[in-house]
Design a binder for this molecule. Structure first.
Ligand code: PLP
Ligand code: COI
Length: 339
C-alpha cells in the first residue's frame, strides 16, 4: 500500500479494503456480506435511481492515545436512519444490525484508521437504497444497505478556524413539511446550486432561511447552526433541518459547562447580537463563523471581530474531540470501544 499522508488528508473518498452489505428481500434482512468491490450492480428501474429512495448516515471512528478504536454515537445514527426510513417508506434497519455492521467494517479496515497524532479519523458512510424495480411511483420491495469507510481530514480547509458564510435566498433546501429532517439524497440535490453559488462567491458555505417566511435561520449547508451570547447556546428549532447528532452533543456539553441552552426560532437579525457562532456536524465538528453576509439585503453580520474562534466554541470543540478520542471520560455513554 502506498504510504498515506495522514496529517494532510482532506474530506474525500479513498478506496479501502472492504465494505459490508446486507440485502432486504422477501420482507426480511439477510446475512451480512463482506465485499471488496467498490461498485454495486443496480437494476435500471430501481427506485433509488428514479424516485430518490435513498438515505445515508455519517459517523466517525477514532484511533485513540490508548491504542483503542472508539466510534461516536453509533446507536444515534442507527436511530436517525430508522427515522429517514419512516420518512421515505423504506424498511427500518434494526439498531443491532446497524451496529454490528459498523463494527465489522471498522475492524476489516483497521489499517485505514488514521493515527491519534494526525487528528484525522475514519469516516463511516452507511447507505440504504431501494433496489427493487418500479415504474409507478411506489416504494420498492427490495433494498440494499451498504457501509463503506474512508480516512478523512477536516471538512473545511484550515480545520478549526473561522470562515465567511452567505445567506442564499434564491433557493430552499427543504420545505417546512418536506424531507429536511431526514438524511435523504434529495435534500442534497436541492442544495447543490446554492452551495455552488456560495463557493463561487468565495464563501465557505451557504445558509438557508426558513422556506415559509424567509425570516429565521435554518441550516448551513450540511451542518446545523448555533450562536452564543450571554452564556447561552442558541440553536434553531425548525421542521426543515436535520437533527444533528453533533449539535445534540454540543447542547449537552454546553449545559454541562453551565451554559443555558435554547432551541427556538432564530430570526436573522439576531445574528447581530451573537458573540460567537458556528456550523456543526460530524464532518466539521465545529466550524467557527467569521461573518454571515445577506447579499440581497445588503447586510453583513460580523461575528468574530478578531477573526478567531471564540472561547466557548473552542472549549466545546476541545471537549467533544477529547471525548471522541477517549482523552476525557465518556460520562454520557456516547462512545463504543471496538475490540
Ligand atoms: N445538517 C445536514 C443537512 C447534514 O447533512 C448534517 C450531516 O450529517 C448535519 C446537519 C450534521 O449532523 P450530524 O451532526 O449528525 O453529523
Ligand atoms: C457532516 O457529517 O456533518 C456532513 O455534513 C456530511 C456531509 C458530507 C453530508
Amino acid at each position: 500500500m502506498k504510504e498515506i499522508d495522514w496529517s494532510n488528508l482532506s474530506f474525500g473518498y479513498m478506496r479501502t479494503d472492504y465494505n459490508v452489505r446486507c440485502y432486504y428481500r422477501d420482507g426480511k434482512w439477510g446475512e451480512i456480506e463482506v465485499s471488496s468491490e467498490e461498485t454495486i450492480n443496480v437494476h435500471m428501474a430501481a427506485t433509488c435511481l428514479h424516485y430518490g429512495q435513498e438515505a445515508f448516515e455519517g459517523l466517525k471512528a477514532f484511533r485513540c492515545k490508548d491504542g483503542k478504536i472508539r466510534v461516536f454515537r453509533m446507536k444515534d445514527n442507527a436511530e436517525r436512519l430508522q427515522s429517514s426510513c419512516r420518512g421515505i417508506l423504506m424498511p427500518e434497519l434494526p439498531t443491532e444490525l446497524f451496529c454490528e455492521m459498523v463494527k465489522k467494517v471498522i475492524k476489516l479496515n483497521e489499517r485505514f484508521i488514521p493515527p491519534y497524532e494526525s487528528g484525522a479519523s475514519l469516516y463511516i458512510r452507511p447507505l440504504l437504497i431501494g433496489t427493487g424495480a418500479q415504474v409507478g411511483v411506489r416504494p420498492a420491495s427490495e433494498y440494499l444497505f451498504v457501509i463503506f469507510v474512508s480516512p478523512v481530514g477536516p471538512y473545511f480547509k484550515g480545520g478549526f478556524s473561522t470562515n465567511p458564510y452567505v445567506i442564499i435566498r434564491e433557493f430552499d433546501r427543504a420545505a417546512p413539511l418536506g424531507t429536511g429532517t431526514f438524511k435523504v439524497g434529495g435534500n442534497y440535490a436541492a442544495s447543490l446550486r446554492a452551495n455552488k453559488m456560495a463557493h463561487d462567491l468565495g464563501y465557505s458555505c451557504e445558509f438557508y432561511l426558513d422556506a415559509k417566511e424567509k425570516k429565521y435561520m435554518d441550516e448551513c449547508g450540511a451542518a446545523n447552526f448555533f450562536g452564543i451570547k450571554n452564556n447561552t447556546y442558541i440553536t434553531p428549532l425548525s421542521s426543515s433541518i436535520l437533527p444533528s447528532i453533533t449539535n445534540r452533543s454540543l447542547m449537552q456539553l454546553a449545559e454541562d459547562m453551565g451554559l443555558k441552552v435554547e432551541r427556538r426560532p432564530v430570526p436573522e437579525e439576531e445574528l447581530a447580537t451573537f458573540e460567537e457562532a458556528g456550523a456543526c456536524g460530524t464532518a466539521a465538528v465545529i466550524s467557527p463563523i467569521q461573518r454571515i453576509d445577506d447579499l440581497e439585503n445588503k447586510k453583513s453580520y460580523v461575528i468574530s471581530k478578531d477573526g478567531k474562534p471564540g472561547p466557548i466554541s473552542t472549549k466545546l470543540y476541545n471537549k467533544l474531540r477529547a471525548i471522541q478520542y477517549g482523552d476525557e471520560p465518556d460520562v454520557h455513554g456516547w462512545v463504543t470501544v471496538i475490540d
